[in-house]
Design a protein around this ligand. Structure first.
Ligand code: SF4
Ligand code: SF4
Length: 136
């Protein structure tokens, strides 16, 4: 059965320049569409992919990714903001790879556009009052 899934991949620094995605295509016959790619301040790679292929190949491909040290997250994780805890400091604006935070110039408040969030988790560590949280 053919499936299509959107996942977030996090590459540790030592894997950033390895041909890992190429192997997903060559060895597991998976098609991919890159939805977002970036390098975090710690020089980890962050890739949001749509992967398409046969279910069994997808499972083998995911197993391969895990074995080589790539961290995988489904996009279904839910990120939310504690509106009382947020101090609108703006630290999350530059760190978010998808632009899910925007400064409202008239009020100097930071809006959270959750529809843009890919659940990478970067803002959770970066938020000084720990106002960003992830439901697992
Ligand atoms: S880093 Fe945290 S406290 Fe600062 S604006 Fe973003 S969510 Fe609010
Ligand atoms: S988890 Fe935070 S940093 Fe990552 S995409 Fe969502 S809002 Fe942006």
């Amino acid at each position: 059965m053919a499936i299509s899934k959107r996942i977030v991949l996090r590459f540790p620094r030592n894997l950033v320049d390895q041909p890992i995605i190429y192997r997903l295509v060559r060895d597991y016959d998976l098609l991919f569409n890159i939805l977002k790619a970036s390098v975090t301040p710690k020089e980890e790679g962050l890739l949001v992919l749509e992967l398409r292929g046969e279910q069994k190949n997808y499972e083998k491909g995911v197993k391969y990714l895990t074995e080589v040290g790539v961290e995988i997250q489904p996009l279904s994780r839910d990120v939310y903001r504690d509106e009382v805890g947020c101090t609108h400091c703006g630290a999350c604006i530059t760190i978010c790879p998808t632009g899910a935070f925007a400064l409202e110039p008239s009020t100097r408040r930071v809006n959270f556009l959750d529809e843009k969030c890919i659940a990478c988790g970067l803002c959770i560590k970066a938020c000084p009052p720990r106002a960003m949280e992830m439901r697992l």
